[in-house]
Design a protein around this ligand. Structure first.
Ligand SMILES: Cc1ncc(COP(=O)(O)O)c(C=O)c1O
Length: 396
Protein backbone atom coordinates (compact mmCIF):
# COMPACT_ATOMS: atom_id res chain seq x y z
CA UNK A 1 0.00 0.00 0.00
CA UNK A 2 1.44 3.46 -0.87
CA UNK A 3 1.84 5.83 2.09
CA UNK A 4 -0.95 8.44 2.18
CA UNK A 5 0.23 11.90 1.11
CA UNK A 6 -2.94 13.87 0.71
CA UNK A 7 -3.38 16.83 3.06
CA UNK A 8 -6.49 18.90 3.55
CA UNK A 9 -7.20 21.68 1.05
CA UNK A 10 -7.35 24.29 3.79
CA UNK A 11 -3.82 23.70 5.11
CA UNK A 12 -2.47 24.62 1.67
CA UNK A 13 -4.12 28.04 1.97
CA UNK A 14 -1.66 29.25 4.61
CA UNK A 15 2.09 29.92 4.72
CA UNK A 16 4.66 29.37 7.44
CA UNK A 17 4.91 32.58 9.47
CA UNK A 18 7.48 34.86 7.76
CA UNK A 19 9.10 35.86 11.05
CA UNK A 20 9.52 32.22 12.01
CA UNK A 21 11.17 31.54 8.63
CA UNK A 22 13.61 34.42 9.16
CA UNK A 23 14.40 33.08 12.64
CA UNK A 24 15.04 29.61 11.19
CA UNK A 25 17.33 30.97 8.44
CA UNK A 26 19.27 33.03 10.98
CA UNK A 27 19.56 30.00 13.29
CA UNK A 28 20.99 27.89 10.45
CA UNK A 29 23.74 30.43 9.79
CA UNK A 30 24.47 30.73 13.51
CA UNK A 31 24.80 26.95 13.74
CA UNK A 32 27.52 27.26 11.06
CA UNK A 33 29.37 29.69 13.31
CA UNK A 34 28.28 32.98 11.68
CA UNK A 35 27.78 36.05 13.85
CA UNK A 36 24.22 37.17 13.09
CA UNK A 37 22.50 40.33 14.27
CA UNK A 38 18.87 39.35 14.40
CA UNK A 39 16.40 42.17 13.70
CA UNK A 40 13.75 39.60 12.79
CA UNK A 41 11.83 38.47 15.85
CA UNK A 42 8.98 40.44 17.36
CA UNK A 43 9.73 39.90 21.00
CA UNK A 44 11.09 41.86 23.94
CA UNK A 45 14.75 41.21 24.74
CA UNK A 46 13.93 41.77 28.43
CA UNK A 47 13.53 38.80 30.78
CA UNK A 48 10.12 38.17 32.34
CA UNK A 49 9.92 40.22 35.59
CA UNK A 50 11.16 38.39 38.70
CA UNK A 51 7.82 38.53 40.57
CA UNK A 52 6.11 36.89 37.59
CA UNK A 53 8.73 34.15 37.36
CA UNK A 54 8.37 33.49 41.08
CA UNK A 55 4.60 33.17 40.71
CA UNK A 56 5.17 30.50 38.07
CA UNK A 57 7.60 28.62 40.31
CA UNK A 58 5.16 28.86 43.20
CA UNK A 59 2.39 27.44 41.02
CA UNK A 60 4.52 24.37 40.28
CA UNK A 61 5.46 23.94 43.95
CA UNK A 62 1.80 24.24 44.93
CA UNK A 63 0.93 21.56 42.37
CA UNK A 64 -1.18 23.90 40.31
CA UNK A 65 -0.44 21.55 37.47
CA UNK A 66 -3.78 20.09 36.44
CA UNK A 67 -6.36 20.96 33.84
CA UNK A 68 -8.17 24.22 34.41
CA UNK A 69 -11.40 25.09 32.66
CA UNK A 70 -10.84 25.23 28.90
CA UNK A 71 -11.32 28.99 28.72
CA UNK A 72 -8.96 29.77 31.62
CA UNK A 73 -9.30 30.16 35.37
CA UNK A 74 -11.87 32.47 36.91
CA UNK A 75 -9.01 34.15 38.82
CA UNK A 76 -7.14 35.04 35.62
CA UNK A 77 -10.26 36.19 33.80
CA UNK A 78 -10.98 38.51 36.73
CA UNK A 79 -7.41 39.81 36.67
CA UNK A 80 -7.63 40.46 32.90
CA UNK A 81 -10.91 42.36 33.27
CA UNK A 82 -9.54 44.38 36.21
CA UNK A 83 -6.35 45.31 34.36
CA UNK A 84 -8.24 46.26 31.21
CA UNK A 85 -10.57 48.41 33.33
CA UNK A 86 -7.65 50.11 35.10
CA UNK A 87 -5.73 50.73 31.86
CA UNK A 88 -8.55 51.67 29.53
CA UNK A 89 -11.66 52.41 31.60
CA UNK A 90 -13.64 49.40 30.36
CA UNK A 91 -15.99 47.29 32.49
CA UNK A 92 -15.76 43.72 31.21
CA UNK A 93 -16.80 40.80 33.41
CA UNK A 94 -15.34 37.26 33.31
CA UNK A 95 -18.27 36.01 31.19
CA UNK A 96 -16.92 38.31 28.47
CA UNK A 97 -13.37 36.94 28.71
CA UNK A 98 -11.59 33.82 27.47
CA UNK A 99 -7.93 32.99 28.06
CA UNK A 100 -5.98 31.41 25.20
CA UNK A 101 -2.45 30.19 24.50
CA UNK A 102 -1.28 33.64 23.33
CA UNK A 103 -2.87 36.50 21.45
CA UNK A 104 -2.48 34.68 18.13
CA UNK A 105 -4.48 31.77 19.46
CA UNK A 106 -7.21 34.11 20.76
CA UNK A 107 -7.43 35.77 17.36
CA UNK A 108 -7.38 32.45 15.52
CA UNK A 109 -10.22 31.10 17.63
CA UNK A 110 -12.27 34.30 17.44
CA UNK A 111 -12.05 34.30 13.63
CA UNK A 112 -12.90 30.59 13.52
CA UNK A 113 -16.17 31.26 15.30
CA UNK A 114 -17.04 34.42 13.34
CA UNK A 115 -16.02 33.90 9.72
CA UNK A 116 -17.67 31.55 7.22
CA UNK A 117 -16.60 30.64 3.68
CA UNK A 118 -16.85 33.66 1.40
CA UNK A 119 -17.10 36.23 4.22
CA UNK A 120 -14.93 39.30 3.67
CA UNK A 121 -12.62 40.67 6.33
CA UNK A 122 -11.08 44.11 5.83
CA UNK A 123 -7.44 44.44 6.85
CA UNK A 124 -5.42 47.65 6.42
CA UNK A 125 -2.01 47.05 4.85
CA UNK A 126 0.81 46.82 5.83
CA UNK A 127 -0.34 44.34 8.43
CA UNK A 128 0.80 41.39 10.48
CA UNK A 129 0.73 38.54 7.92
CA UNK A 130 -1.05 36.21 10.32
CA UNK A 131 -4.34 38.10 9.90
CA UNK A 132 -4.50 37.12 6.27
CA UNK A 133 -3.55 33.50 6.88
CA UNK A 134 -6.08 32.97 9.64
CA UNK A 135 -8.88 34.48 7.55
CA UNK A 136 -7.91 32.19 4.64
CA UNK A 137 -7.88 29.19 6.93
CA UNK A 138 -11.46 30.02 7.92
CA UNK A 139 -12.41 30.12 4.22
CA UNK A 140 -12.88 33.88 4.37
CA UNK A 141 -11.51 36.48 1.99
CA UNK A 142 -9.02 39.11 3.21
CA UNK A 143 -9.78 42.46 1.67
CA UNK A 144 -6.61 44.51 1.90
CA UNK A 145 -6.94 48.25 2.37
CA UNK A 146 -3.57 49.80 1.47
CA UNK A 147 -2.56 52.76 3.62
CA UNK A 148 -0.42 55.63 2.42
CA UNK A 149 3.19 55.86 3.57
CA UNK A 150 3.22 59.61 2.93
CA UNK A 151 0.46 59.81 5.53
CA UNK A 152 2.39 57.72 8.07
CA UNK A 153 0.42 54.59 7.03
CA UNK A 154 -2.64 56.14 8.70
CA UNK A 155 -5.57 53.77 9.29
CA UNK A 156 -8.83 55.67 8.83
CA UNK A 157 -12.57 55.11 8.68
CA UNK A 158 -12.56 56.47 5.10
CA UNK A 159 -10.05 53.81 4.08
CA UNK A 160 -12.25 51.07 5.53
CA UNK A 161 -15.48 52.52 4.15
CA UNK A 162 -14.19 52.21 0.59
CA UNK A 163 -13.76 48.45 1.05
CA UNK A 164 -17.17 47.69 2.61
CA UNK A 165 -19.48 45.34 0.71
CA UNK A 166 -22.56 43.30 1.60
CA UNK A 167 -20.20 40.43 2.40
CA UNK A 168 -18.06 42.33 4.93
CA UNK A 169 -18.14 40.39 8.14
CA UNK A 170 -15.34 41.96 10.16
CA UNK A 171 -12.55 44.51 10.20
CA UNK A 172 -9.25 43.68 11.90
CA UNK A 173 -7.22 46.60 13.21
CA UNK A 174 -3.94 46.60 15.06
CA UNK A 175 -2.86 49.75 16.87
CA UNK A 176 0.03 50.29 17.34
CA UNK A 177 0.50 48.46 14.09
CA UNK A 178 2.99 45.70 13.42
CA UNK A 179 4.94 46.53 11.22
CA UNK A 180 4.40 50.28 10.66
CA UNK A 181 4.11 51.45 14.29
CA UNK A 182 1.10 53.55 13.31
CA UNK A 183 -1.28 54.44 16.14
CA UNK A 184 -4.98 55.10 15.55
CA UNK A 185 -6.19 58.19 17.41
CA UNK A 186 -9.24 57.94 19.74
CA UNK A 187 -11.18 60.24 17.36
CA UNK A 188 -10.47 57.94 14.41
CA UNK A 189 -11.39 54.89 16.47
CA UNK A 190 -14.70 56.55 17.19
CA UNK A 191 -15.37 57.12 13.47
CA UNK A 192 -14.38 53.53 12.67
CA UNK A 193 -16.61 52.17 15.43
CA UNK A 194 -19.59 54.18 14.21
CA UNK A 195 -19.01 52.98 10.67
CA UNK A 196 -18.82 49.28 11.56
CA UNK A 197 -21.40 49.13 14.35
CA UNK A 198 -24.19 50.67 12.31
CA UNK A 199 -23.67 47.95 9.68
CA UNK A 200 -23.43 45.10 12.17
CA UNK A 201 -19.80 44.37 11.33
CA UNK A 202 -17.44 42.96 13.95
CA UNK A 203 -14.61 45.30 14.85
CA UNK A 204 -11.66 43.18 15.93
CA UNK A 205 -8.92 45.10 17.69
CA UNK A 206 -5.56 43.40 18.17
CA UNK A 207 -4.18 45.05 21.31
CA UNK A 208 -0.93 43.12 21.41
CA UNK A 209 1.15 46.36 21.45
CA UNK A 210 -1.44 48.63 23.07
CA UNK A 211 0.86 49.64 25.95
CA UNK A 212 3.79 50.43 23.70
CA UNK A 213 2.89 53.95 22.58
CA UNK A 214 5.45 56.75 22.55
CA UNK A 215 3.13 59.77 22.43
CA UNK A 216 -0.19 60.09 24.17
CA UNK A 217 -1.96 57.51 26.30
CA UNK A 218 -2.77 53.91 25.36
CA UNK A 219 -6.33 53.57 24.08
CA UNK A 220 -8.75 50.69 23.63
CA UNK A 221 -11.64 50.80 21.14
CA UNK A 222 -13.55 48.78 23.74
CA UNK A 223 -13.75 51.92 25.91
CA UNK A 224 -16.00 53.67 23.37
CA UNK A 225 -19.54 53.88 24.70
CA UNK A 226 -21.65 50.98 23.35
CA UNK A 227 -18.62 49.20 21.91
CA UNK A 228 -18.98 46.00 23.90
CA UNK A 229 -21.61 44.49 21.62
CA UNK A 230 -19.59 44.64 18.38
CA UNK A 231 -15.94 45.05 19.41
CA UNK A 232 -13.69 42.05 19.98
CA UNK A 233 -10.42 42.64 21.80
CA UNK A 234 -7.56 40.21 21.16
CA UNK A 235 -5.03 40.85 23.89
CA UNK A 236 -1.72 39.38 24.91
CA UNK A 237 0.74 39.39 27.80
CA UNK A 238 3.58 38.51 25.44
CA UNK A 239 5.00 41.95 24.70
CA UNK A 240 3.63 43.99 27.62
CA UNK A 241 5.18 41.71 30.26
CA UNK A 242 8.00 40.10 28.25
CA UNK A 243 6.20 36.76 28.39
CA UNK A 244 6.29 35.52 24.79
CA UNK A 245 7.21 31.96 25.73
CA UNK A 246 4.61 31.58 28.46
CA UNK A 247 1.79 31.74 25.88
CA UNK A 248 -0.99 33.68 27.52
CA UNK A 249 -3.41 35.84 25.56
CA UNK A 250 -7.11 36.56 25.79
CA UNK A 251 -10.21 37.78 24.05
CA UNK A 252 -12.77 40.20 25.46
CA UNK A 253 -16.04 40.00 23.58
CA UNK A 254 -19.81 39.52 23.94
CA UNK A 255 -20.63 36.33 25.93
CA UNK A 256 -21.95 34.54 22.84
CA UNK A 257 -18.52 34.85 21.17
CA UNK A 258 -16.68 33.94 24.37
CA UNK A 259 -18.81 30.78 24.83
CA UNK A 260 -18.13 29.76 21.22
CA UNK A 261 -14.36 30.29 21.59
CA UNK A 262 -14.37 28.37 24.90
CA UNK A 263 -16.25 25.51 23.20
CA UNK A 264 -13.66 25.46 20.41
CA UNK A 265 -10.83 25.37 22.96
CA UNK A 266 -12.59 22.58 24.84
CA UNK A 267 -12.35 20.45 21.70
CA UNK A 268 -8.88 21.51 20.59
CA UNK A 269 -6.22 22.81 22.97
CA UNK A 270 -8.13 22.59 26.27
CA UNK A 271 -6.87 25.09 28.81
CA UNK A 272 -3.86 27.36 28.42
CA UNK A 273 -0.92 26.20 30.54
CA UNK A 274 -1.97 26.23 34.21
CA UNK A 275 1.39 27.46 35.55
CA UNK A 276 1.52 30.29 33.00
CA UNK A 277 -1.99 31.31 34.05
CA UNK A 278 -0.82 31.80 37.65
CA UNK A 279 2.19 33.80 36.44
CA UNK A 280 -0.16 35.91 34.30
CA UNK A 281 -2.29 36.78 37.33
CA UNK A 282 0.83 38.11 39.05
CA UNK A 283 1.85 40.07 35.93
CA UNK A 284 -1.55 41.75 35.76
CA UNK A 285 -2.07 42.35 39.48
CA UNK A 286 1.52 42.94 40.59
CA UNK A 287 3.58 46.14 40.26
CA UNK A 288 3.30 47.71 36.80
CA UNK A 289 6.48 49.83 36.87
CA UNK A 290 8.23 47.39 34.56
CA UNK A 291 6.04 48.47 31.65
CA UNK A 292 7.17 52.09 31.88
CA UNK A 293 10.82 51.09 32.21
CA UNK A 294 10.63 48.97 29.06
CA UNK A 295 8.83 51.71 27.20
CA UNK A 296 11.49 54.31 28.09
CA UNK A 297 14.22 51.99 26.85
CA UNK A 298 12.37 51.25 23.62
CA UNK A 299 11.84 54.96 23.02
CA UNK A 300 15.57 55.63 23.37
CA UNK A 301 16.36 52.77 20.98
CA UNK A 302 13.75 53.93 18.49
CA UNK A 303 15.23 57.43 18.45
CA UNK A 304 18.75 56.10 18.04
CA UNK A 305 17.84 53.63 15.28
CA UNK A 306 15.68 56.10 13.39
CA UNK A 307 18.49 58.63 13.27
CA UNK A 308 20.95 55.97 12.15
CA UNK A 309 18.60 54.71 9.42
CA UNK A 310 17.90 58.18 8.15
CA UNK A 311 21.64 58.63 7.78
CA UNK A 312 21.86 55.74 5.30
CA UNK A 313 21.75 56.71 1.64
CA UNK A 314 18.92 54.93 -0.16
CA UNK A 315 16.71 54.52 2.91
CA UNK A 316 13.65 56.54 3.93
CA UNK A 317 11.96 55.85 7.23
CA UNK A 318 8.92 57.31 8.95
CA UNK A 319 8.79 57.57 12.74
CA UNK A 320 6.79 54.79 14.42
CA UNK A 321 4.46 56.07 17.15
CA UNK A 322 4.22 52.71 18.86
CA UNK A 323 5.28 49.02 18.98
CA UNK A 324 8.99 48.19 18.51
CA UNK A 325 9.53 48.09 14.77
CA UNK A 326 10.95 50.37 12.11
CA UNK A 327 9.62 49.97 8.61
CA UNK A 328 12.16 51.61 6.31
CA UNK A 329 11.53 52.08 2.60
CA UNK A 330 14.32 50.65 0.43
CA UNK A 331 12.65 51.22 -2.97
CA UNK A 332 15.65 53.17 -4.22
CA UNK A 333 17.89 50.11 -4.32
CA UNK A 334 15.34 47.60 -5.61
CA UNK A 335 15.60 46.80 -9.30
CA UNK A 336 18.72 48.98 -9.66
CA UNK A 337 20.88 45.99 -8.85
CA UNK A 338 20.11 42.33 -9.32
CA UNK A 339 18.12 42.55 -6.08
CA UNK A 340 14.57 42.81 -7.36
CA UNK A 341 12.40 42.62 -4.27
CA UNK A 342 12.52 42.86 -0.50
CA UNK A 343 12.68 39.09 -0.09
CA UNK A 344 15.90 38.96 -2.14
CA UNK A 345 17.16 42.01 -0.25
CA UNK A 346 16.57 40.29 3.10
CA UNK A 347 18.21 37.07 1.88
CA UNK A 348 21.31 38.89 0.71
CA UNK A 349 21.51 41.10 3.77
CA UNK A 350 21.50 37.96 5.91
CA UNK A 351 23.93 36.03 3.73
CA UNK A 352 26.41 38.82 3.05
CA UNK A 353 26.15 41.11 6.05
CA UNK A 354 24.83 38.75 8.74
CA UNK A 355 21.76 40.86 9.52
CA UNK A 356 18.31 39.26 9.68
CA UNK A 357 15.28 41.43 8.79
CA UNK A 358 11.77 40.56 7.63
CA UNK A 359 10.90 41.46 4.02
CA UNK A 360 7.99 43.87 3.59
CA UNK A 361 6.28 41.40 1.25
CA UNK A 362 5.38 39.44 4.38
CA UNK A 363 3.32 42.44 5.51
CA UNK A 364 1.75 43.22 2.16
CA UNK A 365 3.99 46.01 0.83
CA UNK A 366 6.74 45.73 -1.74
CA UNK A 367 9.19 48.52 -0.79
CA UNK A 368 10.03 47.92 2.86
CA UNK A 369 11.86 45.80 5.36
CA UNK A 370 10.94 45.38 9.02
CA UNK A 371 13.56 45.93 11.67
CA UNK A 372 12.85 45.30 15.33
CA UNK A 373 14.48 47.54 17.90
CA UNK A 374 13.66 45.14 20.71
CA UNK A 375 17.32 44.12 20.70
CA UNK A 376 20.26 45.33 22.79
CA UNK A 377 21.70 48.75 21.95
CA UNK A 378 24.95 47.03 21.04
CA UNK A 379 23.20 44.82 18.49
CA UNK A 380 21.21 47.75 17.20
CA UNK A 381 24.41 49.68 16.61
CA UNK A 382 26.26 46.74 15.04
CA UNK A 383 23.37 45.71 12.82
CA UNK A 384 22.70 49.21 11.53
CA UNK A 385 26.39 49.73 10.72
CA UNK A 386 26.31 46.47 8.74
CA UNK A 387 23.17 47.60 6.95
CA UNK A 388 24.85 50.89 6.07
CA UNK A 389 27.88 49.09 4.63
CA UNK A 390 25.63 46.69 2.69
CA UNK A 391 23.69 49.62 1.19
CA UNK A 392 26.94 51.36 0.27
CA UNK A 393 28.11 48.19 -1.54
CA UNK A 394 24.83 48.06 -3.46
CA UNK A 395 25.23 51.65 -4.56
CA UNK A 396 28.67 50.99 -6.07
C1 LIG B 1 0.18 42.18 15.68
C2 LIG B 1 0.37 41.01 16.56
N1 LIG B 1 -0.70 40.46 17.14
C3 LIG B 1 -0.61 39.40 17.93
C4 LIG B 1 0.61 38.81 18.18
C5 LIG B 1 0.57 37.59 19.02
O1 LIG B 1 1.40 37.48 20.05
P1 LIG B 1 1.25 36.24 21.05
O2 LIG B 1 0.59 35.13 20.32
O3 LIG B 1 2.63 35.94 21.47
O4 LIG B 1 0.38 36.73 22.17
C6 LIG B 1 1.77 39.32 17.59
C7 LIG B 1 3.08 38.70 17.79
O5 LIG B 1 4.05 39.00 17.17
C8 LIG B 1 1.64 40.46 16.76
O6 LIG B 1 2.70 41.01 16.17
Amino acid sequence: MPAPTRLSERISRIQVSATMKVAADAAKLRARGRDIVDFGPGEPDFPTPENVKRAGIRAIQDNFTRYTSAGGTQELKEAICERHAADFGTSYTPSECVVSAGGKHALFNALQVLVDAGDEVIIPVPCWATFHDIVSYCGGISVHAPTDEADGFAITAALIERRLTAKTRAVILNSPCNPSGTVISPEEWDRIFRLTSKRGIWLITDECYSHLVYDGAPFSAASIRGARSTVIVAGSLSKTYAMTGWRIGFALAPPVVISAVSKLQSQSTSNPNSVAQKAAVEALRGPQGFRGEMLAEYRARRDFALEALRGITGIRCHEPQGAFYLYPNIRLVLGRTWIQDTTQFAEQLLEQAGVAVVPGEAFGTSDHIRITFAVSRRDLERGLLRLKAFMADLAE
